[in-house]
Every structure is written in structure tokens, then in C-alpha cells.
Design a protein around this ligand. Structure first.
Ligand SMILES: *[C@@H]1O[C@H](CO)[C@@H](O)[C@H](O)[C@H]1NC(C)=O
Ligand SMILES: *[C@@H]1O[C@H](CO)[C@@H](O)[C@H](O)[C@H]1NC(C)=O
Ligand SMILES: *[C@@H]1O[C@H](CO)[C@@H](O)[C@H](O)[C@H]1NC(C)=O
Length: 307
């Protein structure tokens, strides 16, 4: 790492902070008693994340006391729970990958969403990143002028289940909740946000493929607005401003210097696996403990601006 130009950073911060004094946090940040925090929905390498935070005149988040650890864990819990992805799809039958928006369905078997569209809400469940591949399930909700829904075994392929008895599952003016599940190679679709309840389509695929990507689209005369609950689909690992890039095993908060007074490493962490792990993250799925990781990996991150 290049040595930090801390004086100039401090000057920039002072200038910016006085401009924010009345408003509190910059746009996209929210405050707690420790400062302003931004939780990314996208992933970046550790250096990329640091660069992003610097643009916002902040730094990757610090956790220097048990109180700060608790505060940040609660903040992440709340943010995580409330997070949803909003996607606008045009009348172009172009699939938008939720993976690109931070939602990773690997290891999961369902998701829930709310969609507002006059007709033709399309969902693709793909093994590979490419809905044109044969290894894609395509679900149409409210096709054929909002009169019919189907499950297909690939894009525009044969209908494996068809539902015509529910006219107007969609609405031009209201969000309608649905769930989609692919557990045990059975593709299921239902109304509401409770997976397994109010199912209206099902297909048991005897020659199944994996589902690693989810994508949504509208077309055939309809555009759409989608709200997709992110919750558990988040990888849930967030870069912190902590690294031992300068001296292996000497973890320091950057750009500030000095050794750690407090740490919340997970079991057997930091382990410097493969001698390549010099950046630290906090992991939602491991009780908010920290671990070291390869700085070149893309992770979510938390920026902090001190008030
Ligand atoms: C997350 O949301 C669920 C459902 O609204 C609620 O039951 C749960 O307590 C929330 N968890 C946290 C940590 O806020
Ligand atoms: C799905 O198909 C498999 C193979 O034919 C069968 O063993 C299984 O019982 C079916 N499941 C359901 C829920 O119909
Ligand atoms: C999770 O972490 C909190 C705070 O460090 C601790 O009190 C709690 O016992 C931990 N829970 C588990 C299941 O390890």
C-alpha cells in the first residue's frame, strides 16, 4: 500500500464535513451515534471498496470497541432485513439478472417478489448466466393479456404447466406478491410472499438442471416494476477498513495506524489461507464475526464518514 496522505485527507474531510453540518449524512448514508454509514448493494475488491468510500470522503468502516461492534451488527441486521432490490423492466423482453444487483441464489431454492405490470411478467431460472441456454426454466405470469400463466422448460419452449383459471393475476397499478421455488427439482409458483402457500403452478422436472441465476423481464406490450426481497440471498460479507497488507499479521485500521485494541475474529480466524488473505470482513452469516480474505475478491462493503 502507498503511504497515506493523512493530512490532506483530513483537510478534505474537514471541508466536506462543515458543508454537511446541517444535513448530517451525505446522500445514501444513514447515521448512528458513531457516524454515517453506507452499506453497499454491490461488490468490489477491497481496494475498489476503499476507493469508493474515499470518493464519498470517508473510509471503510472501523470497529474499535465492543460497543461499535454491537452498533454495526444491529445496523447491518436491520439493513439486511429491510433490503430489497428494485428493478424496472422495459417492454423489451430483456432479462435483468438479479445477480448483477447483489442477489446470489446459490444454495437457495426459492425467492419472493412483488411486481407491478399490466401483463407478461417473466422470470428465468438458469443454470448458467444466459437465459437463451437450454438450461433455463421460464415462468410467465399473466401472459396472453393477463389471462394465462405458464412454466416452460426453456425460453419460449414447451409449456410444462399452464394456469388459465386465474384471470388477471397482475395489475397495472398495484404490486402483486408472488413466490417461485425450485426445491427438489420441482418448479412451483404461488401467490403471496409465503413460499409454499397459494401455489397455482407446478412442474416436476425429471431431467432437471441447477438454478444459479434468476432474471426478470417484461415485454409483449408491458413494462414492469419489481421489488425483490434480498434478505438471505445476500452473500453478507462486508469489507472493513482493516488489513495486514503492510506487515503480515499486524492488523491495522486504515488509513489510521496502530495496533488493534479490540477484535471480533471468528473461530480460527484470521488464518491467512493460502498466504493470500490480508483484508478483513464482517460476516452476517457467521454471527457478525470477522475473518481475513483475499483482497482481490469482490465483496460487499461498508463505508463510514465520521461526523
Ligand atoms: C426481520 O424481519 C422479520 C419479518 O419482518 C422479523 O420477524 C425479524 O424479527 C426481523 N429481524 C431483525 C433482526 O430485525
Ligand atoms: C417427481 O418426480 C419424481 C420422478 O418421477 C418422483 O419420484 C417424485 O415423487 C415426484 N414428486 C412429486 C411431488 O410429484
Ligand atoms: C453472537 O455474538 C454475540 C455478540 O458477540 C454473542 O453474545 C452471541 O453469544 C453469539 N451467538 C452465537 C450463536 O455464537
Amino acid at each position: 500500500m502507498a503511504p497515506c496522505s493523512c493530512t490532506s485527507l483530513a483537510l478534505v474531510l474537514t471541508g466536506i464535513l462543515s458543508a454537511w453540518a446541517q444535513d448530517g449524512c451525505p446522500p445514501g448514508f444513514s447515521s448512528n451515534t458513531d457516524g454515517c454509514f453506507y452499506v453497499s448493494n454491490t461488490e468490489a475488491t477491497w481496494a475498489g471498496a476503499l476507493g469508493y468510500c474515499n470518493i464519498e470522503h470517508g473510509h471503510l468502516a472501523y470497529i474499535e470497541t465492543v460497543e461499535q461492534q454491537t452498533l454495526l451488527a444491529n445496523y447491518l441486521k436491520q439493513h439486511y432485513n429491510e433490503s430489497s432490490i428494485h428493478v424496472t423492466t422495459a417492454n423489451d423482453y430483456h432479462y435483468h439478472y438479479l445477480h448483477d444487483l447483489g442477489m446470489d441464489v446459490t444454495g437457495h431454492t426459492s425467492f419472493t417478489f412483488n411486481v407491478k405490470a399490466c401483463h407478461d411478467a417473466h422470470i428465468a431460472l438458469s443454470q448458467d448466466k444466459g437465459v437463451d441456454s437450454r438450461n433455463t426454466y421460464e415462468i410467465v405470469i399473466g401472459g396472453w393479456s393477463d389471462q394465462q400463466s405458464v412454466i416452460r422448460d426453456c425460453k419460449q419452449c414447451a409449456h410444462m404447466d399452464t394456469q388459465k383459471r386465474i384471470p388477471h393475476p397482475l395489475s397495472c397499478s398495484q404490486y402483486r406478491p408472488f413466490w417461485v421455488s425450485w426445491a427438489n427439482n420441482i418448479i412451483r409458483v404461488g401467490h403471496g410472499n409465503i413460499v409454499g402457500k397459494s401455489q397455482f403452478m407446478m412442474w416436476n422436472d425429471t431431467a432437471p438442471h441447477e438454478v444459479n441465476y434468476v432474471a426478470v423481464a417484461t415485454g409483449f406490450g408491458s413494462s414492469g416494476e419489481w421489488d425483490i426481497t434480498v434478505g438471505n440471498y445476500w452473500p453478507g460479507q462486508f469489507w472493513l477498513g482493516l488489513s495486514d497488507l503492510a506487515v503480515e499479521g499486524e492488523w491495522t485500521w486504515l488509513p489510521q495506524q496502530g495496533s488493534l485494541n479490540y477484535a471480533n475474529w471468528g473461530p480460527n480466524e484470521p488464518d491467512n489461507a493460502l498466504n493470500r488473505e490480508h483484508c478483513a470482513l464482517i460476516d452476517i452469516h457467521r454471527n457478525f464475526t470477522w475473518s481475513d480474505d483475499n483482497c482481490e475478491e469482490r465483496r460487499n462493503f461498508i463505508c463510514q464518514v465520521d461526523l
